[in-house]
Design a protein around this ligand. Structure first.
Ligand SMILES: NC(=O)c1ccc[n+]([C@@H]2O[C@H](COP(=O)([O-])OP(=O)(O)OC[C@H]3O[C@@H](n4cnc5c(N)ncnc54)[C@H](OP(=O)(O)O)[C@@H]3O)[C@@H](O)[C@H]2O)c1
Length: 281
């Protein structure tokens, strides 16, 4: 029997068992759920009575969050503190779910970060770490959880890209490219899964008031621009969750960000890139 068939059989047995015992229960798994947009998505879904599995590195914050959310919304919650940029992390998360009998029906790939500055401002390991977290980990998680998601009556993948996915952004080049990757991967996967129970949605936030700018080391000009446009993580989370349940393919958050993506498409690429460069150099 092939690996996929074994997995499908395994989950079928689990589900039948759960149905027989009247204990059928599914979970939303969210990466980067300790802070910012991921934390807000967890709160939004908790409010809507979804059981939650929170993943990030900050164990203490995750502990507090699961306690708070299960108390507030009377839902099941658990967490796993793990560095998602470690190549083996997706398998560890998947195995943790299987061991704990957590059946995932919503996978939210949110964890990610940027690094501003020229390519050689950071060493190779730093740039590769960002690419691993922003691209390889979400794809690996999708691949591992797909058999489980396919077995659900209805299931969702929600990937978080960025408004930076719609153009090259000098001095944020790798980050913007990782987000273009996620956007295109999401759209392709969505079509592949069109005839299945799995719906794939990609959300592209613009500037959002989180710790993103700190980790990305965004300079003064970039910060000024971000502060003018910042949306709250809660607003972004509501848009994301609504779009996911509505089965949308792709949503850019906020009118100004939508307009930005439209002009990035309309205007000459060189002009658009030079304008963006002024913000991050
Ligand atoms: N904020 C913006 O302006 C903006 C705009 C467009 C797109 N986005 C995207 O939105 C997503 C969320 O970012 P955010 O703005 O909410 O940033 P944030 O406040 O910095 O939160 C990032 C989350 O990812 C987790 N994380 C980071 N590195 C990790 C790692 N190696 N292993 C495990 N977890 C890790 C963090 O938790 P720990 O630190 O506890 O590990 C945290 O929960 C990212 O994909 C980002 O690219 C943000």
């Amino acid at each position: 029997m092939r690996k996929n068939e074994t997995e499908v059989l395994f989950f079928r047995i689990i589900f039948l068992n759960q149905l027989n015992h009247g204990s059928f229960m599914t979970f939303t798994l969210i990466t980067g759920a300790s802070k910012g947009i991921g934390k807000a998505i967890a709160e939004e879904l908790g409010k809507r009575q979804h059981n939650l599995l929170l993943i990030a590195r900050s164990e203490k914050i995750l502990q507090e969050q699961v306690k708070k959310l299960s108390g507030l919304y009377k839902i099941k919650t658990d967490y796993l503190a793990i560095d998602l940029s470690a190549p083996g992390a997706p398998e560890d998360i998947y195995n943790w779910c299987v061991e704990k009998n957590y059946s995932v029906d919503i996978l939210v790939n949110n964890a990610g970060y940027g690094l501003s500055g020229s390519l050689d401002k950071y060493d190779e390991a730093e740039n590769i770490n960002m690419m691993q977290l922003n691209m390889i980990t979400p794809v690996h998680l999708c691949q591992l959880f797909l058999p489980m998601l396919r077995q659900q009556q209805k299931s969702y993948i929600l990937n978080i890209a960025s408004s930076a996915a719609y153009q090259a952004v000098p001095y944020l080049s790798i980050y913007a490219a990782t987000k273009a990757f996620i956007l295109n991967f999401s759209r392709g996967l969505r079509q592949e899964l069109k005839k299945t129970a799995v719906s794939v949605t990609c959300i592209s936030p613009g500037a959002t008031d989180t710790e993103f700018v700190v980790r990305a080391k965004i300079g003064e000009k970039g910060l000024k621009a971000a502060n003018k446009l910042n949306m709250t993580p809660e607003t972004v989370a509501t848009i994301a969750v609504n779009a996911m349940f509505a089965g949308k393919a792709e949503v850019i958050t906020g009118f100004v960000n939508k307009l930005g993506a439209f002009f990035a498409w309309l205007l000459p690429k060189g002009f658009v890139e030079k304008t963006a460069m002024k913000m991050y150099e």
